[in-house]
Ligand binder design. Structure first.
Ligand SMILES: [Zn+2]
Length: 263
């Protein structure tokens, strides 16, 4: 599908539902770098999975290759006058930083902007502080030099409820606390109900199969039930649409960030 057709569809739609996926976590070149792979493997081996989103952002900052911010600016510019909602399974904090209408974005996989109790006592997640960020950065500086810092170096200050150390509030945390995103999730489900029988454009951008129940499958379902919906799926590898909605959308075999930037 040509860029002009997509732009026309955006213009004609009443509502726009956007899904952002793993292609927004980190750009391909940084992901393939030796520095990234080495740190990633060491964090995985040590069982520090909740640090991967922060490692993605640390390596992106080092490479000076933040492609997400300009892509988000482009996207938000295109849909600015529309009634939209964004759902992101990417954990990249650049997404949250780009969106001014904070009640139009939900990030069910969390990220690095909030921290939660490491023991999972149930206390509400709270914002990460500048001190936390410095602490993590210092530990990552060591990791980048090939040393794996003690687990303690990655733990944040104490949980106000139970006194255990805190960790980033994301889906890779051992006891992921979903309170970090639930308020906006409720807003999203309400918004979604209002899309029925409306001219709805669905932009599914760079969403892989890691969490298909959050974006991919529900978006397909929405396009089945809404006769006026059109699903545009942009993905480098898995861009195909299922048979039942093949006439109600298009699959574009391209990296979503590259696609957005050339629109
Ligand atoms: Zn606690």
């Amino acid at each position: 599908m040509k860029a002009e057709e997509i732009l026309e569809r955006i213009r004609c739609s009443e509502m726009v539902l956007v899904g952002l996926g793993e292609e927004f976590d980190i750009d391909g070149r940084t992901r393939e770098s030796r520095l990234y792979r080495q740190g990633y493997d060491r964090l995985q081996e040590a069982g520090y999975h909740w640090l991967i989103p922060a490692w993605n952002e640390y390596c992106t900052a080092l490479s000076g290759n933040d492609t997400v911010t300009p892509a988000m600016e482009k996207l938000l510019d295109l849909i600015a006058s529309k009634n939209y909602f964004l759902v992101s399974v990417s954990t990249n904090s650049k997404i949250a930083c780009s969106v001014e209408k904070k009640d139009r974005l939900v990030m069910p996989c969390g990220g690095v902007l909030k921290k939660q109790c490491g023991k999972g006592c149930g206390a509400e997640p709270v914002p990460v502080s500048d001190d936390d960020r410095e602490r993590i950065k210092a530990a990552f500086d060591e990791l980048a030099q090939g040393r794996v810092p003690d687990k303690d170096r990655f733990l944040l200050d104490k949980c106000a409820e139970c006194g255990s150390k805190m960790i980033f509030n994301n889906v890779y945390a051992p006891n992921y606390n979903e309170k970090g995103y639930l308020d906006n999730w409720h807003k999203y489900t309400k918004w979604l109900q209002a899309t029925l029988n409306k001219d709805l454009l669905i932009l599914e951008l760079g969403v892989d199969m890691r969490f298909p129940t959050v974006v991919r499958w529900p978006f397909e379902k929405v396009s089945v039930y809404n006769n006026k919906a059109f699903l545009c799926r942009v993905n480098e590898k898995i861009y195909q649409l299922p048979q039942e909605i093949s006439t109600k959308g298009c699959g574009i075999p391209q990296n979503a960030i590259a696609w957005l930037r050339q629109l």
